[in-house]
Design a protein around this ligand. Structure first.
Ligand SMILES: NC(=O)c1ccc[n+]([C@@H]2O[C@H](COP(=O)([O-])OP(=O)(O)OC[C@H]3O[C@@H](n4cnc5c(N)ncnc54)[C@H](O)[C@@H]3O)[C@@H](O)[C@H]2O)c1
Length: 306
């Protein structure tokens, strides 16, 4: 079996690459090593894969590629991640890497007979939706990033509907674990507590997150690829809620040190007077409804974790 993993040098893409190689896949990884965070972190992410005989790295920009490898599965993780940076001028990068690159990839694979195209979407598509967030409810992102992730999800549906490309979109709820991106909450908080630096919290810290362990995200990708479900969207969430304030308290307990101080900042783009909620998931509190996961294919439900 052969797979293309886009965004293979990133947090999730590199972890998925390692898992696929361990399962005996031939993996072609594509990444443009964008400068959103340091290149050496991405090189470290790929340390295991790079010497593996069944791994090929294409250091390429998806949008510049005229053809793609012949594969059985496409795992499309490449994106410009991050909610806070998606406002203003940098929206161009988000539309380019998240929307146009997805269309380019789908257009190429539309007549190639791939077995599955698994797209990494985000809980940020939900915006301020009621909790728990359900896949069958109206979605209204409240960040430019969320808008681009939703647009790409719609493209996946469109290419399934029109061309029968077997796409599945997975809406991840904030992912944590080894290799987590340096801009993400847990990474920033642990680092600040360890180094005795002040912690910046966007909003008042009462917003909640549904954190999902990286191995469960990887498992969901593998199961989605093997399932016979297409043209659908699934939440991939841990199913638990914790406030950002409680998360920091838990990190302090784990590290055995109190944070120097907690500064609260209003989140960019939120209206004055509006509670400044600003999780990675897109500006809202998040909690995945797990029903659809349990119903379909008996497959996509992540493992229970504390
Ligand atoms: N980390 C999370 O909590 C989370 C939550 C929801 C959704 N997601 C989604 O999961 C996917 C992976 O996220 P991550 O946290 O691993 O991010 P990441 O930034 O670590 O990895 C993304 C990788 O994609 C690459 N890339 C971007 N544009 C590209 C292009 N045009 N061509 C080739 N490579 C390109 C980047 O260089 C980067 O290495 C993304 O699609 C993201 O939107 C992540």
């Amino acid at each position: 079996m052969k797979a293309l993993v886009t965004g293979c040098a990133g947090f999730i893409g590199s972890t998925l690459t390692d898992r696929l190689l361990a399962e005996g896949f031939d993996v072609v990884g594509c990444d443009r090593f964008s400068d959103y965070y340091p290149r050496d972190i991405k090189e470290r992410n790929l340390e295991g894969a790079i010497s593996h005989p069944h791994f090929t790295l294409l250091e390429e920009d998806l949008l510049q590629m005229e053809s793609f490898p012949e594969v059985d599965y496409v795992f499309h993780l490449a994106a410009q991640a991050g909610v806070r940076a998606s406002w203003g001028k940098s929206f161009e990068v988000y539309t380019r890497d998240n929307v146009q690159a997805t269309q380019h990839l789908l257009e190429y694979y539309k007549n190639t007979g791939i077995k599955k195209f698994v797209y990494s979407s985000s809980s940020s598509v939900y915006g301020d939706a009621d909790l728990p967030m359900r896949e069958d409810r109206m979605v209204q992102p409240v960040s430019p990033y969320g808008v681009t992730k939703l647009a790409a999800e719609h493209l996946c549906y469109l290419y399934w509907k029109n061309y029968g490309v077997p796409t599945v979109s997975l809406r991840y709820f904030t992912v944590y674990g080894p290799r987590q991106r340096p801009d993400m909450g847990i990474n920033r908080f642990v680092s600040a507590v360890l180094h005795g630096e002040a912690i910046t919290v966007y909003g008042d810290g009462t917003q909640t997150r549904d954190f999902t362990y990286i191995d469960d995200i990887v498992e969901a990708n593998v199961l989605a690829a093997r399932s016979d479900v297409s043209g659908e969207v699934f939440n991939i969430g841990g199913g638990n809620q914790i406030s950002v304030n409680d998360l920091i308290t838990a990190i302090e307990a784990a590290v055995g040190k109190a944070a120097k101080s907690r500064a609260h900042r209003r989140a960019e783009g939120r209206r004055a007077g509006h509670p400044g909620r600003h999780p990675e998931g897109g500006g809202t509190s998040g909690l995945a409804c797990q029903d659809r996961d349990r119903r379909r294919a008996g497959t996509l439900h992540p493992l229970d974790r504390e």
